[in-house]
Structures are given as C-alpha cells and as structure tokens.
Design a protein around this ligand. Structure first.
Ligand code: ATP
Ligand code: MG
Length: 417
C-alpha cells in the first residue's frame, strides 16, 4: 500500500481530471460507495472460484460479528448501491466511481495491495451500442493522454451463459485428457474455473490450447449478432481492435462482450483497462433482470505508462504562479495584506507567501526551488513607498516595480506571458 506524496500527486490530479472530463462528455454521473461491504456480496458477485475471492480479499469480522471485506473491485458495490436505492427500476443509468481497491496480491511493479481504479457502470441497456460507447469513451481518453499508439484493444465475446456452459464442458473434456501436462494453476482451475485456463501465462498450456475446442463453434446466434453489431460500431468510429478468442476476464460475472486495453510497455502487468458486459450480475445479487456493462481502469498502471513514455505535460508540475519574498517586519505585515488582496483580485492565483522569515538570500533560494515562474519581492524600504518588485525567475524578462494598486494588473500581465 503506497503513500502518494506531494511530488507525485499532481500526476494523479492530472489523470483524474482527464478521466472526469471525458466521462462528463458522455453524460456519466458520479456515485461514491463505501470501501467496505459484506463479504457475501463479493462471494456472490465476483464468484467463489475467482482469484479475487479465493485468495486476494482482505476480510475481517467487525465488533458485531459480521464478516466484512475491503472492496477488491467496484462493480459489486455499485450494483448493490444501485439496487438498494432504486436506481435500476425502469431506468437507464450511466455511472462512474473512483477510489481505492484492496487485494492481497504479491506486490510488484503495477500490482499493489491498495490500488486505485476509476470505473464506469451502465444499467438498463442490452444492445451493443452501449458496449461500443464504453469502448470509444476509453479510446478517447487514451488518445487524450497521448497513449493511442502504445495500447491495443483486445476484444472477445463470451456468449450466453448456456453457450459458455456447453463450451466449458467441451473444454474440460479436452483438458482432462492432457491434464498431466498443464501448469499447476491450470490444473487447479480445471474443475473450478476452466475458462480462466484460456489466458494462462504458461507457454506449454497455451500450446496445449492450440488443439482445444474453440468457443466460436459454441457461440449462440444472438450473441454472435450482438458482437457483430459491436464490431460494426467500432469500425464506424475508427477504433481498431484485435479479436482475441482467449481473452476471458478474471471475474465471473461477464457475459457476451469482454475487452481489455493492453500495452507492451509495462511488462507482465500490461492491462491498463478492462471491462465488458455482465447481464447476469444484478439477478445474481437478488435484483430483476437488468442488462449491464462497464469497465475499470487501473490508475497506477496508467500513471506508470504515462511516466515510462514521458507523456506528462510539464505544466502538470507547475503548482505555483508566484512566490512572495518578504524582507523585514513591516514588509511582513504589509506583504501579508497585499497577498490576500492579490488572491481576492486574481481568482485562481496560486501565490505562496514566505512564512517563517529568513534572509533575502535564503528566501530567494526557496522561491527558486518552489518552481514558481515569478517572485514578488517586498522589503521594508519599499513598503514606505508602497512599491512591489515582480521578478521573473524562469526567463530573461526584466523585473518590474509597481505601486501596490497596480500590482494586480502587473501580475496578470506577467503571468499571461
Ligand atoms: P490482472 O489480470 O492484471 O490481475 P484483473 O483482471 O485482476 O487484472 P480487474 O479486476 O479487471 O483486473 O481490474 C481492472 C484494472 O485494475 C486492471 O486492468 C489493472 O489495470 C488494475 N489492477 C488490477 N489489480 C491491480 C493491482 N493489484 N494493482 C494495481 N492495479 C491493478
Ligand atoms: Mg488480478
């Protein structure tokens, strides 16, 4: 679990603002859920035989004896909240959330025990247009971030639950014949979660799968058509994709569409965003039949990618406009007042006052270190004349002197470039 320190938080704020702006463009509304839920919600929602439930949850008993779990993902809680507050009855919803998720995983690059996701969930829309919307939204975001050339969209359909069940049987029958050659994880999954074997990381297992039955032979006609409609919408929108028949997702609730945005710039932890359709989840959690689809993106991985590819605009780190140097007692008093006046008169001005005194030289050093493009300088002598000096620190423009009453307009002019 990581601390996000002040030097790093501008990047988080930049990414969050970018995601928010795109979600706003598509009319998604924010929902905020608690970070703990009853353990049973994840067992039923995410699935008993998923990695998450089997070995990754932070589960504890509270003082009342109830079993609670720190949320390992956002979808189950979002569905719970939407059901509980009647958001699903006869209506369509486009929701988003952001926040920490918790999984007891082996920590490594791109994999942490507290990590952050921004997710979107939609309810009440069964047709492929909403699947396509979720994907073009994520494509737009990745493009805005300058990442388009470094990510690939992998797309698959998991069909109906009936088609999946039939395929599952055929796959298990085939894999039982070669069970002794499977990797250890896949052996375990053979009778609990055999579809997950399809995206096994083991080369031998992937080899064995070359002769396995293929899902396409089992895909139901309606799901096939749904998938074709999705592909047609993406083609029309100019979003390219790779159809990857071995893409299954780690969570049990998916049906029909699944997708992942994958990068090869981060090593093994290459999935920066994943999502799909989960029509079965609401009824599984006790609600009425409700079509649903969504995605979640991993904030840490996107930040790693932005950093690795040097895609973070330098303006992101500029957190101050000006640093105010005050030399002397009366300068401190008058400067304090003037700073307040400037903050009131220039909305959004990011002005840091030198507090705690210090020599002119040491204050100048702090101004330099602050990253601010301008220093405001006031000494006791200038106070008498009501004169402020504004000194550009990052370019070779001349410093200017002005009366207190002209400080607002001078500062505006210098900030404008
Ligand atoms: P993976 O196969 O990489 O473990 P997943 O299928 O478990 O991913 P999801 O539950 O779909 O992941 O979560 C969506 C996204 O959240 C992932 O694509 C990834 O970017 C991010 N993510 C998942 N687990 C972690 C983690 N432990 N640390 C950091 N980011 C994570
Ligand atoms: Mg995982």
């Amino acid at each position: 679990m990581n601390d996000i320190l002040p030097d790093a938080s501008p990047v988080w704020q930049y990414l969050e603002a970018q995601v928010r702006a795109v979600l706003d463009q598509y009319g998604y509304r924010e929902i905020r859920m608690p970070v703990v839920e009853p353990t049973a919600l994840f067992k039923r929602g995410v699935g008993e035989h998923t990695d998450i439930v089997e070995k990754e949850m932070y589960t504890f008993e509270d003082r009342g004896g109830d079993s609670l779990t720190l949320r390992p993902e956002g979808t189950a809680g979002c569905v719970r909240a939407a059901m509980q507050h009647g958001l699903l009855h006869n209506q369509v919803q486009r929701l988003w959330y952001a926040g920490p998720m918790f999984r007891y995983e082996r920590p490594q690059k791109g994999r942490y025990r507290q990590f952050h996701q921004i997710g979107a969930e939609t309810f009440g829309m069964a047709s492929a247009d909403i699947d396509a919307e979720l994907i073009v939204l994520t494509a737009r975001l990745l493009s805005n971030l300058g990442l388009s050339e470094h990510v690939t969209l992998h797309l698959n359909t998991l069909g109906s639950s009936e088609a999946r069940a039939e395929y599952r049987n055929a796959l298990v029958a085939y894999l039982e014949g070669v069970a002794d050659q499977l990797d250890e994880d896949s052996k375990k999954r053979l009778h609990t979660n055999p579809l997950r074997i399809l995206d096994s990381k083991s080369d031998t297992t992937q080899q064995l799968l070359n002769d396995a039955p293929v899902f396409d032979d089992f895909l139901d006609a309606e799901s096939r058509e749904h998938f074709q409609q999705l592909c047609a919408l993406l083609d029309g929108a100019g979003v390219s994709y790779v159809i990857n028949p071995r893409l299954v997702r780690g969570l049990d609730y998916y049906s029909r569409t699944v997708f992942e945005w994958i990068t090869d710039s981060l090593g093994a932890q290459g999935t920066v965003c994943g999502g799909g359709r989960y029509d079965g989840l609401v009824p599984q959690l006790g609600g009425k039949e409700t079509p649903a689809a969504g995605f979640a993106l991993g904030v840490e991985r996107l930040i790693l990618l932005l950093e690795t590819l040097e895609k973070i605009p330098s303006s992101v780190f500029a957190t101050l406009d000006a640093y105010f140097i005050l030399a002397g007692d009366s300068a401190t008093r008058e400067g304090f007042k003037l700073a307040e006046r400037l903050r009131s008169e220039i909305p959004g001005l990011r002005l840091q006052l030198n507090c705690g005194g210090g020599s002119f030289k040491s204050q100048m050093k702090k101004a330099d270190k602050s990253g601010a493009p301008l220093a405001l300088i006031l000494g006791d002598d200038e106070v008498a004349q009501q004169q402020l000096t504004i000194k550009p620190l990052r370019d070779d423009r001349e410093q200017v002197q002005c009366g207190f009453d002209a400080a607002t307009s001078q500062l505006r002019t210098l900030l404008a470039g």
